[in-house]
Design a protein around this ligand. Sequence first.
Ligand SMILES: *[C@@H]1O[C@H](CO)[C@@H](O)[C@H](O)[C@H]1NC(C)=O
Ligand SMILES: *[C@@H]1O[C@H](CO)[C@@H](O)[C@H](O)[C@H]1NC(C)=O
Ligand SMILES: *[C@@H]1O[C@H](CO)[C@@H](O)[C@H](O)[C@H]1NC(C)=O
Length: 270
Amino acid sequence: METIHRSTLRLLPISLSALCLTRPTAPESKRIRLPISIPGILNPKPAFLTSRKSYSSAPSPVAKAGWFLGLGEKKNKSLSLPDIVKAGDPVLHEPARDVELGDIGSERIQKIIDDMVKVMRKAPGVGLAAPQIGLPLRIIVLEDTKEYISYAPKDEIKVQQRRPFDLLVIINPKLQKKSNRTAVFFEGCLSVDGFRAVVERYLDVEVSGFDRSGQPIKINASGWQARILQHECDHLEGTIYVDKMLPRTFRTVENLDLPLAEGCPKLGSC
Ligand SMILES: *[C@@H]1O[C@H](CO)[C@@H](O)[C@H](O)[C@H]1NC(C)=O
Ligand SMILES: *[C@@H]1O[C@H](CO)[C@@H](O)[C@H](O)[C@H]1NC(C)=O
Ligand SMILES: *[C@@H]1O[C@H](CO)[C@@H](O)[C@H](O)[C@H]1NC(C)=O
């Protein structure tokens, strides 16, 4: 699930989409001098933009944007990271399969988990499901940090019940609602970047599954963490948030703060 809110985007002098559209294609001599204050980033190595390894589709604007923002890691490490798969790729629209318990400790699965955590942090996002790197496997990772939360307005953090939590890796998660309480808020997805829509989610959930060492785990979550868990578990069913959104609330990130259309519910807990 995507974490950059309007306030973080305001730190950028121009929009990410504009960057992605203009930068990689601009010829060296005609490269537009973008009003960016971070030194060094106007001289991208073309190879770095094109030789990205992918489990599935083409290089993603999000991955590029993450790199451009200096949110990534050392160049060499980034080169071997998978791209985030975007809406329309069948892997995002089909159910994923269980990881065999005996496989959890394998080098392959451990590497997939490491990659997922890196891709999530680099994006940056607060959650990622394996289908989002092109793998139809039931693995999710999630994490919300003080830093990410500090970018959101204080009143929003409060009503969303957003609290930091440590990295969670859950294999073969099973989600159950623990109450009928729900909340309606905007959410976004790294696979549908640049957009937001209101989705109604349960406020209290329990998720059981296995951690990366193969031990059974059970998590009680509420508020924003419960929303992230529902969003990521939905990915494993081939469901993305646009399948569940209130359609008339769909908008670009830039328009996030504009008023809701008539007939849309008020944001908050129900
Ligand atoms: C990057 O990887 C290449 C080989 O893959 C290696 O030769 C080079 O030293 C590495 N560079 C850094 C900065 O680690
Ligand atoms: C949720 O509501 C349904 C009926 O609407 C009820 O049967 C169920 O017990 C409720 N669940 C909880 C956890 O309160
Ligand atoms: C989750 O909450 C239930 C009560 O709703 C409690 O019995 C259980 O011990 C909690 N589990 C964890 C792992 O905190």
